[in-house]
Design a protein around this ligand. Structure first.
Ligand SMILES: NC(=O)c1ccc[n+]([C@@H]2O[C@H](COP(=O)([O-])OP(=O)(O)OC[C@H]3O[C@@H](n4cnc5c(N)ncnc54)[C@H](O)[C@@H]3O)[C@@H](O)[C@H]2O)c1
Length: 389
């Protein structure tokens, strides 16, 4: 009988709780949770599966590897710990599924690529849209030239995040933690996906993203208690010259604004979140200039944590999941370039404090409308009147 895929889960109390819940609820065949790395003292009591299956918990991966091996390490720890933990896991013979971003610098990401190559193990990055079967079908159609050449891509995705969000750990909204660049922001974290997926869709191969030739941005701070920016518009250009526009924020009144996306090609446009008359459709839909319509929403997306299942399958089959380190690099490069830009702190009288339930949100007045205008014209927040169509 085939040996089970032995898995190490690292960080199970934040986003990583999704993985342990999936394992608890789904009885995934052919896997064994060999151990957990977590620093929260009562972690063993949080999920019944830990006692039921006698899963050992360690504080560090080094301690885990003294007693165990793992075929796959799933890393959902704070951003600034990823690099060192990935190195430890690879050098102890594990493949890695790491939450995004892969690490905190392009230089580090390239070193990780080399180490993965040397150890013969894969690093798969957790940008979940890249694993979604509708996105992969769309990417295949783009690669096959079905819509002609890409002309531009743009996306808008903002959601309010208040004091509770920033207080949940020691690194949310921080630029640096203990001398390590974290660059946490809506662009790097909660709303990272809609920018990264544009670079992924424009990659010249299924497992590659388009690298960026230019990145310009206007970062603003609405919530003064946050170290990093919490509002941004980004204009970038891929190396093959496709302009990208992106807008995101947390200091906004909207619980959710978007995601909305428009990807223009020579022969038509791919929309996400477009209102065709009955409210926004949260699916990718291509409308050709000749009237052709392709509903990518008809394609089953796969599992909610498809990235986890794909990593397990890749271990079994000796292959590599689709979201490689290279697919994470253009987004990381944009994060690093943006980190060098000055942040404009908005005047206090432009910011409204909204108290709701047991949280307080700090929303920049009128930002919703300004974002909508900027999305239309692909301009920066400081120039909402420019008209680039
Ligand atoms: N894919 C997504 O949609 C998505 C969504 C949210 C977060 N994330 C990513 O998940 C990662 C974690 O984010 P979060 O918001 O859950 O962070 P968090 O800080 O809230 O939680 C991280 C977890 O790691 C644990 N931890 C901290 N130090 C550790 C250590 N040295 N060893 C082992 N465990 C340790 C913490 O106790 C906690 O359980 C980040 O990379 C983030 O970008 C991804």
């Amino acid at each position: 009988m085939e040996q089970p895929v032995k898995i190490l889960l690292m960080g199970i109390c934040g986003y990583g709780s999704n993985y342990i819940k999936e394992v608890s609820e789904r009885e995934i065949p052919g896997i064994k949770i060999e151990g957990i790395c977590e620093v929260v003292p009562n972690a063993a009591d949080l999920y019944p599966i830990i006692h039921e299956q006698n899963i050992p918990i360690y504080k560090t991966p080094e301690e885990f590897y003294q007693e165990h091996t793992a075929d796959l390490a799933v890393i959902s720890t704070p951003i600034h710990l990823h690099y060192a933990q990935i190195v430890t896991c690879l050098t102890h013979g594990s493949n890695v599924l790491t939450e995004k971003p892969v690490c905190t610098s392009v230089e580090g990401a390239r070193k990780l690529e080399q180490l993965a190559e040397k150890t013969g193990k894969f690093i798969s990055v957790g940008y979940q849209l890249n694993y979604s079967r509708d996105v992969l079908a769309l990417k295949k159609d783009i690669l096959d030239g079905r819509f002609g050449k890409p002309v531009y891509m743009k996306a808008l995705h903002a959601m309010r995040r208040g004091d509770k969000y920033y207080a949940r750990n020691g690194w949310a909204g921080r630029i640096e933690v203990k001398g390590c660049a974290v660059n946490d922001s809506p662009f790097n974290n909660a709303c990272a996906h809609q920018f990264q997926v544009m670079t992924f869709l424009l990659g010249d191969q299924m497992e590659r993203a388009a690298e960026l030739a230019e990145v310009q941005a206007e970062p603003y701070k609405g919530n003064r208690s946050v170290e990093n920016f919490d509002i941004i518009t980004v204009q970038a250009k891929t190396v093959s010259g496709v302009p990208l526009w992106y807008g995101t924020a947390h200091a906004i009144e909207d619980k959710k604004l978007g995601p909305t996306a428009e990807y223009r090609f020579e022969r038509g446009t791919v929309y996400f979140g477009k209102d065709f008359g009955q409210g926004p459709v949260a699916e990718y839909i291509y409308i050709g200039d000749d009237g052709t319509r392709i509903d990518y929403g008809q394609i089953p997306k796969g599992e909610r944590l498809q990235k986890f299942y794909d990593a397990i399958d890749a271990v079994r089959q000796g292959t590599h999941p689709v979201c490689t380190v290279q697919c994470a690099i253009p987004h990381l490069e944009a994060v690093e370039k943006i980190a060098k830009l000055p942040i404009t702190v908005l005047p206090q009288d432009e910011v409204e404090d909204i108290r709701e339930d047991d949280d307080t949100f700090h929303a920049v007045k009128g930002l919703h409308d300004r974002f909508i205008t900027c999305f239309k014209t692909r301009c920066m927040l400081s120039q909402p009147d420019s008209n680039r169509g």
